[in-house]
Design a protein around this ligand. Structure first.
Ligand SMILES: [Zn+2]
Ligand SMILES: [Zn+2]
Length: 188
């Protein structure tokens, strides 16, 4: 039997094939070690230890690593913790507690109804409650000026806007009337 198989086993093509397979397995094994090292580093596992395990036990070691590796990347965990922290900060900021008496207050309160502490300032234009630090109103884009300018600003702008509003309503009434007239013409 051996004598019969000898020419097949000594075929240079078979030997070359075997060598190529061996080379592939060697490169694959090194790549597996490298991959394990990188993956373990990202996940905060002991990179050197797991690289050694894969180096010694090859695919069996890699399989063990795949089973016991930490489920998440360290960066993801850190990012999520940061997100949770920032959300908590936002919640505590928006949860609405007066900073001096700690009674609950609504986010649009200008003063605390309990201790009279000024919580927010009013927009000089639209009157909405703004953060004390804001220099521009995020609702109506009005720059927030000095208190003196505020008073005149409110009065002047209020009358102006009232005038606009009345003229607008008048024109809309007119528009409505003409529209009705048009409708009437249409039906007749
Ligand atoms: Zn208060
Ligand atoms: Zn405003």
């Amino acid at each position: 039997m051996e004598g019969l198989l000898d020419p097949v086993l000594q075929d240079p093509r078979l030997i070359l094939g075997q060598q190529l397979c061996g080379l592939f397995m060697f490169v694959f094994w090194l790549a597996l070690v490298f991959w394990t090292w990188r993956d373990a580093t990202k996940r905060g596992a002991m990179a050197w230890f797991w690289s050694l395990v894969v180096l010694i036990f090859n695919i069996a070691g890699w399989a063990i690593y795949m089973v016991v590796r930490p489920p998440e990347y360290v960066d993801d965990v850190r990012e999520r913790q940061l997100e949770i922290k920032s959300r908590e900060a936002a919640l505590s900021r928006d949860s609405g507690r007066c900073p001096s008496c700690f009674r609950p207050v609504e986010p649009d309160y200008v003063v605390c109804p309990n201790c009279m502490r000024t919580l927010r300032k009013e927009c000089v234009e639209c009157g909405r409650a703004l953060d004390m630090k804001w220099t521009i109103c995020p609702y109506c884009k009005t720059r927030q000026g000095t208190p003196q300018a505020e008073g005149t600003g409110i009065a002047g702008r209020a009358t102006a806007s009232r005038g606009q509003a009345s003229s607008r309503s008048a024109s809309s009434k007119k528009g409505g009337a003409s529209a009705k007239a048009a409708e009437g013409e249409g039906t007749v």
